[in-house]
Design a protein around this ligand. Structure first.
Ligand SMILES: [Zn+2]
Length: 426
């Protein structure tokens, strides 16, 4: 009935789970070996700030040029479907022509590979029969973030090309090398999501980023990058967006009842580079890494399908009720002591200032410390129960305020830059 049935029949769920089961011991080993991971393991190398990541440091030393602006129509995204005139045209992606009213499975291979063996990853294209914008969905830029992979599969499978205005391009697994190893990173331990838009003459990560950005992302009129929490942390399903950009606001308003968090993207992230190139982009965070969490997947799919509907690209899909409050600020509550962290709240809990979020117990001397919320708000991200070191970011509290970000405000004034210090997310 649909081309994607075939595609995904070739890649059954069970195989995915088996693959993950096989990959997990490798993962554990990797995390332990990485001094920058700040995971639950006690790390030998403390010469660097345990909160920093290898990706940040290397990327900072590397020259990432500003992306070339993409050629997008000068209509606000909200009017893109109405403003589109005439019949939908064929679109060309990765050298293939996708006719109106059809879908195709293409594949993208980065030009530079570590093993010298071509590794390709599917690029699913639905070109609608009617004119409209091109929406792109990317998942597993971090190879261990699985919820987005399943979201892309479900959304693409549900689309009927004859009824779509515009096109949807879905890339379920961007970092295929990390995915195969069950790892967040590329094989050289670099974080791909610190290298966009990439550089054709840079490091391997930078070249992969460049190839993906120029061959795929440059085709998009809007982008949703799917992520999860990292390192044993989970995120309440939420949209992260720079709410100073009108087209980005249009995107965030389309998701229905999903928490929205204002955050300026870190340099080198796909969201940052896309927005710089003129492609409005948001990050959808849901759940934690290394697991397939069906509730989170369903919420994400519902949000994306509501967005596709709100943009006018599909008329019959479900609409999702009242929008959630927007959190213009947020704060991570960190452990001041090392020990066993046990949570007293759950994702999505509403908390008041002073409420107990969790406790940390020192297993040696049985001393117990409490982590209390410094703000009233909602728990939008939290660590799973685990052993932590002092400084570990444990609970992410969304703070409701009335202050909306100012359009021309400098990048750092509105969002807590802490969000990106830990690599907790995108
Ligand atoms: Zn991620």
């Amino acid at each position: 009935m649909h081309a994607f049935n075939l595609i995904w029949a070739m890649f059954p769920f069970r195989a995915l789970i088996m693959l993950l089961a096989l990959a997990s011991p490798v993962m554990a080993g990797e995390v332990a070996a990485d001094a920058d991971d700040m995971g639950p393991q006690l790390l030998e190398d403390t010469t660097e700030d345990a909160d920093s990541r290898s990706g940040d440091i290397v990327a900072a030393a590397e020259d990432l040029p500003d992306p070339a602006p993409v050629d997008r129509p000068a209509v606000p995204l909200a009017d893109a479907v109405n403003a589109a005139a005439g019949p939908e045209e064929s679109i060309e992606v990765l050298g293939a022509e996708v006719l109106p009213g059809t879908s195709q499975r293409l594949s993208w291979s980065a030009t530079e590979l570590f093993e010298g063996v071509p590794v390709s990853t599917p690029v699913l294209v639905v070109n609608g029969a009617l004119p409209g914008p091109t929406l792109c969905l990317t998942a597993a830029v971090h190879g261990d973030e699985l919820n987005g992979i399943e979201m892309v599969r479900r959304v693409m499978h549900d689309l009927e090309p004859a009824k779509v205005s515009g096109a949807v391009i879905g890339i379920p697994i961007v970092n295929v090398q990390g995915f195969r190893r069950g790892s967040r990173y590329l094989p050289d331990r670099r974080d791909l999501n610190r290298y966009f838009p990439g550089n054709p003459n840079g490091s391997a990560a930078s070249r992969i980023a460049h190839s993906f950005f120029t061959n795929v992302i440059a085709q998009c009129d809007a982008l949703i990058d799917l992520h999860t929490g990292s390192f044993e942390r989970a995120n309440l399903p939420q949209i992260r967006a720079d709410l100073r950009d009108p087209d980005v606001i249009t995107l965030t308003q389309g998701f229905g009842s999903m928490v929205i968090l204002h955050s300026t993207p870190a340099a080198g992230t796909l969201r940052y580079a896309a927005t710089r190139a003129g492609i409005p982009a948001v990050t959808l965070e849901a759940g934690g890494p290394s697991q397939l969490e069906l509730n989170e997947v369903k919420l994400g799919v519902k949000g994306i399908e509501t967005l596709v509907n709100t943009l006018g690209m599909v008329r019959k899909m479900r609409l999702w009720g009242q929008p959630e409050p927007v959190y213009y600020r947020s704060s991570w509550v960190r452990a001041d002591n090392g020990g066993i962290l046990l949570g007293n709240v759950s994702l999505g809990s509403t908390v008041r200032k002073g409420d107990l979020l969790g406790t940390i117990t020192d297993p040696m001397n049985n001393a117990r410390t409490e982590l209390r919320s410094p703000y009233s708000g909602r728990v939008i991200g939290m660590a799973r129960n685990q052993v932590v070191m002092p400084g570990f970011a444990a609970f992410h509290v969304g703070i409701q305020t009335d202050e909306a970000p100012v359009e021309d405000a400098p990048a750092d004034t509105m969002s807590s830059s802490d969000d990106y210090v830990d690599g907790m997310s995108e």
